[in-house]
Design a protein around this ligand. Structure first.
Ligand SMILES: N[C@@H](CCC(=O)N[C@@H](CS)C(=O)NCC(=O)O)C(=O)O
Length: 219
């Protein structure tokens, strides 16, 4: 086995990469990040001083950033499920949707969660209000976009859906998707039924008590 994944099962960006690995049954070695395993934490910090996970190592080569990891897997370990269209023009829509989920949904969601982990006196009320407003705007745009689509970039499951699944999963826990956004809610449900994501969600269940806003009793 050549691939090693430094990751944690409860992390949204790690789940994004796990979906890609599970879709294609790509074998890899888990290097699970945990304070109980300082050796793995040290290896990870040396590989990527930015200390954001996941990080993939392939025979001594380090690949950072979830999107780049999925693109790398598609190039070097292709499987039956192609997560990027061969046509570069069609790939632009996939990459746009991937950026949308990372930059506007996940980043806003993380802002609110990280704020909740801070001591009361260090919290950023204005920043969190802006993040919630961004999530509302993102949900509204996505609802219109998904009205005619099964998956984020159209008919085929792609990199964009790998990003969308954990992004919408945790965003809804953090800032509930309004019931009026029926297309977003239905899409989130489709993602939860996809076996690759269902597996990632199940593997993360034991860590739900860690969610600082309180994990809702659903999903
Ligand atoms: N742009 C990065 C984001 C990765 C990221 O933010 N990962 C979170 C876990 S979901 C993390 O490393 N959190 C640790 C921290 O913020 O200290 C990617 O796409 O991989």
């Amino acid at each position: 086995m050549t691939l090693k994944l430094y990751a944690h099962p409860f992390s949204a960006y790690c789940q994004k990469v796990l979906i890609a690995l599970y879709e294609n049954g790509t074998p890899f070695e888990w290097r699970q990040l945990s304070p109980d395993n300082p050796q793995i934490m040290e290896e990870f910090a040396a590989l990527w001083p930015i200390k954001r996970f996941p990080v993939l190592v392939d025979e001594g080569r380090t690949i950072q950033e979830s999107t780049i990891i999925i693109e790398y897997l598609a190039l070097h370990y292709p499987g039956p499920v192609s997560l990027l269209p061969a046509d570069p023009r069609a790939a632009l829509e996939v990459r746009l949707m991937d950026r949308f989920f990372d930059n506007y949904v996940s980043t806003s969601q993380q802002k609110i969660v990280f704020d909740a982990l801070r001591p009361e006196a260090e919290r950023d009320a204005r920043g969190c209000a802006d993040a919630r407003a961004m999530l509302d705007t993102a949900y509204a745009w996505l609802d219109k976009t998904m009205a005619g689509r099964e998956w984020a970039a159209g008919e085929r499951f792609s990199l964009a859906d790998c990003a969308a699944a954990p992004s919408l999963f945790y965003a809804d826990w953090t800032h509930r998707i309004d019931a009026a956004f029926t297309h977003v809610i239905a899409y989130r449900q489709r993602l939860l039924k996809r076996p690759s994501f269902a597996r990632a969600v199940d593997e993360a269940r034991p860590f739900r008590p860690w969610f600082p806003l309180g994990a809702p009793d659903r999903d």
